[in-house]
Design a protein around this ligand. Structure first.
Ligand code: SIN
Ligand code: FE2
Length: 213
């Protein structure tokens, strides 16, 4: 893939009040992030959740940290063990915790200590429909999201499903933080376009850090 920004210093773009994209923020640590994801997935492999509506999600998921996000025919919840195999989620790597804390801090949210990290894997065509992250107890805590591998179009909407969405291409190493008045904004990912990334092949990975309890 031709990379016009190779070697460029990271920069940031405000999205809305309480929301910002830190472009290329983890790009130079991309391989270390992906290695950590591989180790987590070796213990707790990616799998496709069922939505409460009975659909198989196109995104494959695993988690690390004390709690993992899960979904089944009964609803969405955070779980301390992987429903696929009963094993606890692997601990959150220090690399992940530090990045989440620093990015939150730079976005104006001090002392972010995530207890959950959802790891999404997108293959070509995989998407995430517009939704709010609202299953966490303290909504003063932000969401920190890290994109790795193939680029994808992120929809960043308003506080209702109908509100207009900003569309931004999230690329390898980009970090988005949203909180405060933006904490409950709807967001989603358009179907991943088939391509190849030197580090992740046909996939895009996304980490979302949350403070659940
Ligand atoms: C999410 O909303 O859980 C993930 C968003 C993304 O993949 O960038
Ligand atoms: Fe989300």
């Amino acid at each position: 893939m031709l990379d016009l920004f190779a070697g460029e210093a990271p920069w940031q773009e405000p999205l809305a009040e309480g929301a910002v994209v830190f472009r290329r923020r983890v790009r130079d640590r991309g391989a270390a992030f992906l290695q950590a994801i591989d180790e987590i997935a070796a213990a707790n492999p990616f799998w496709h959740r069922i939505t409460p509506g009975g659909h198989v999600m196109s995104v494959a998921m695993t988690n690390c940290g004390e709690l993992g996000w899960g979904s089944d025919s009964h609803g969405y919840r955070y779980e301390s063990a992987d429903a696929a195999n009963g094993r606890r989620w692997p601990p959150m790597p220090a690399l992940f915790r530090q990045l989440a804390r620093e990015a939150a801090d730079d976005a104006g949210f001090a002392d972010f200590t995530p207890d959950a990290c959802l790891i999404n894997r997108y293959a070509p065509g995989a998407k995430l429909t517009l939704h709010q992250d609202k299953d966490e107890r303290d909504l003063r805590q932000p969401i920190v999201s890290v994109s790795l591998g193939l680029p994808a179009v992120f929809l960043f909407g308003g506080l209702t499903r109908e509100a207009a969405c900003q569309r931004l291409l999230l690329e390898h190493g980009d970090v988005v933080v949203w909180g405060g008045p933006s904490r409950l904004r709807y967001h989603g990912i358009l179907p991943l376009k088939p391509d190849r990334h030197p580090l992740t092949g046909e996939y895009r990975f996304n980490l979302t850090f949350r403070k659940v309890r």
